[in-house]
Design a binder for this molecule. Structure first.
Ligand code: NAD
Ligand code: UDP
Length: 331
């Protein structure tokens, strides 16, 4: 049945793919975004769709719309972006959660939280099942994001227990694909853009730390399956269990792109997790979901996207990271 759906952070990397998919399924979509790391270009192709509406809105302020479902994705996800204004990041997670939960309570709407594998911090249990409580620094440079997301999960479960709000919580592991920003700062986009430009590939630390990379299309299928499943709140891990060292990723990207880039080593940022791999048993059993797109295929599709982007007019007017971010109003 056709639904009216609010997506906060809908102009970002994941949000824009979610808008697209839900519109293709004949829903009405309202995308609310303050365009901090999102871009109008990500949703430009949806603007002429009568079922789509964009509202420039900061989720730290309450939002008043009438919808059947809410997906809460608003929050910068890349470490350089979320550390750019740490206080704003934690406000976005905490006040954003309170605002969408209040709206869901009033509307009796199902509400989805984009939580994260950062809930597990630098994990001592490997791979990470949902039952693991995590190993997180409360006062480090990543804490604004990690602890903000942990409080958001707490708020979701408190609104569920106390007010009967119909919640869905997904813990997303590193996801990549088209529409990541070329200056996003996350590892897959960094390595691809560096390789395409013939620049050095920057490995932080010695490259032995691991991550498990999920292609965006697989992730979005998992989101929708969770949202359409009754009597299951999560939290549930959604990610691709294929685990790679960062050095392996660099070598794979280099082999695919070719060119003259060299691998160089830079200092490891503070609190950088040493390993990450989702245990997806719960997603398989409760949602019948598992990823289908292996890293090699997903990288090919992402490389093709960035190659086209860098050849186009955007490349001649690169978006410098610092300047536009400083223009954003922070409270
Ligand atoms: P992104 O930075 O591309 O998207 C975030 C979107 O939220 C952007 O459009 C941004 O403008 C918007 N936003 C930020 N602060 C806002 C605010 N105060 N009010 C309104 N909009 C705001 O990142 P993404 O990768 O698309 O991540 C989307 C969500 O998924 C985030 O909540 C992130 O924490 C979560 N997540 C992503 C990953 C991943 O690997 N991509 C992993 C774990 C969790
Ligand atoms: N990383 C790297 N070079 C880069 C960007 C990131 O070696 O240019 C490393 C980073 O230190 C981390 C891993 O790649 O160990 C994943 O980083 P990302 O920021 O993508 O995600 P997160 O650390 O939040 O999982």
């Amino acid at each position: 049945m056709k639904k009216r759906i609010l997506i906060t952070g809908g102009a970002g990397f994941l949000g824009s793919h979610l808008c697209e998919r839900l519109l293709a399924e004949e829903n009405e979509v309202i995308c609310a975004d303050n365009l901090f790391t999102g871009r109008k270009q990500n949703i430009a192709h949806l603007m002429s769709n009568p079922n789509f509406e964009f509202i420039r809105h900061d989720i730290t302020d309450p939002i008043h719309v009438e919808v059947d479902q809410i997906y809460n994705l608003a929050c910068p996800a890349s470490p350089p972006h979320y550390q750019h204004n740490a206080i704003k990041t934690i406000k976005t997670s905490v006040m954003g959660a309170i605002n969408v939960l209040g709206l869901a309570r009033r509307l009796q709407a199902r509400v989805f939280q984009a939580s994260t594998s950062e809930i597990y911090g630098d994990p001592e249990v490997h791979p990470q099942p949902e039952t693991y409580w995590g190993h997180v620094n409360t006062i480090g440079p990543r804490s604004c994001y990690d602890e903000g997301k942990r409080v958001a999960e707490t708020l979701f479960f408190d609104y569920h227990r106390q007010n009967g709000v119909d919640i869905r919580v997904v813990r997303i592991f590193n996801t990549y694909g088209p529409r990541m920003l070329p200056d996003d700062g996350r590892v897959v986009s960094n390595f691809i853009v560096q390789a395409l430009k013939g620049n050095d590939i920057t490995i932080y630390g010695d490259g032995t730390q691991t991550r498990s990379f999920c292609f965006v299309d697989d992730l979005i299928s998992g989101f929708i399956k969770l949202m359409e499943t009754d009597n299951f709140t999560g939290p549930v891990n959604i990610g691709n269990p294929g685990e790679f060292t960062i050095l392996e990723l660099a070598e794979l990207v280099l082999a695919k792109v070719g060119g003259k880039s060299k691998i160089v080593f830079r200092p490891l940022p503070a609190d950088d997790p040493k390993q990450r791999q989702p245990d997806i048993t719960l997603a398989k059993t409760r949602l019948g979901w598992e990823p289908k797109i292996p890293l090699s295929e997903g990288l090919d599709r992402t490389i093709a996207y960035f190659a086209q982007l860098l050849a186009g007019p955007e490349a001649k007017q690169p978006r410098p990271m610092k300047a536009p971010l400083k223009k954003v109003t922070f409270n």
